[in-house]
Write a protein that binds this ligand. Structure first.
Ligand code: URA
Length: 244
């Protein structure tokens, strides 16, 4: 059973649950006393029992969790969801996540438009959010763009050479632009400007019919992550995202 330890990397069960987003300390205390929590496979009804945080796993009302100092996850964003906590017309993407993560105040990294689908990163680690979103690091993002009209070679060349967008000082070019089929291109961008893909495609006299983000850095949207589903980023995923 739990030992009373006096080590730095330990916390009481009540504090652990509260820090992980399961509610106020009082609420967590009540859940523990009500025998709703197991830790490392054993029931624990003592809110003041102390546990080492390293590799700590626990269940809350039967659902399994691991202690995580910070949260790093990816979501396959559906269409008709907004990347905001305070939405205007559609539900928020945060409603697709477990409530404790929302309590931890996770934020999405680089918003997608409400009608855009695909890969979105979410975290509560301010440094990570900054590193992934700062223009300084130019993390490439790849979009699958379905256009209204067939995409010509000239249009692709134009996107690669750079297009002038209203309110921008200089033309903006895609890092790469590859035709996948008559109307579909894969476009890699180093920036994340407002409606950037749609504005660039409009600037070449075409129009975006559907937009999906399929890759950030070296991290691809996994084939088995269905629309609306989320998953924790693995160590390998984090390496694929590391900025060179
Ligand atoms: N560019 C757009 O136009 N929309 C997005 O959602 C992302 C990139």
């Amino acid at each position: 059973m739990a030992k009373k330890l006096d080590l730095k990397n330990t916390l009481t069960l009540e504090k652990i649950l509260s820090k992980q987003g399961f509610g106020t300390r009082k609420l967590c205390r009540i859940m523990i006393i009500n025998e709703e929590i197991t830790v490392n496979g054993e029931l624990c009804d003592d809110p003041d029992a102390t546990f080492e945080l390293e590799k700590l796993s626990f269940t809350v009302k039967g659902e399994r969790w691991e202690y995580r100092e910070k949260s790093y996850l990816m979501l396959h964003k559906p269409s008709d969801y907004e990347c905001s906590h305070k939405t205007q017309h559609h539900p928020t993407i945060y409603s697709l996540l477990p409530h404790p993560l929302v309590v931890r105040d996770v934020q999405c990294i680089g918003r997608l438009d409400e009608d855009t689908t695909g890969l979105i990163l979410i975290s509560d680690d301010g440094q990570f959010i900054h590193r992934m979103s700062s223009p300084k690091y130019k993390v490439p993002k790849i979009y699958e763009v379905t256009c209204k009209h067939p995409v010509s070679d000239e249009q692709i060349l134009h996107i690669l050479k750079g297009v002038q967008l209203i309110d921008e000082d200089a033309p903006i070019a895609a890092l790469s632009c590859e035709r996948i089929s008559e109307n579909v291109i894969h476009m890699t961008l180093a920036e994340g400007k407002y409606h950037q893909v749609k504005r660039m495609v409009a600037a070449i006299s075409n129009r975006v019919e559907a937009l999906k983000r399929i890759q950030i850095g070296e991290l691809k949207l996994p084939d088995d992550l269905k629309v609306r589903e989320w998953k924790w980023l693995s160590e390998v995923d984090m390496l694929l995202l590391s900025v060179k």
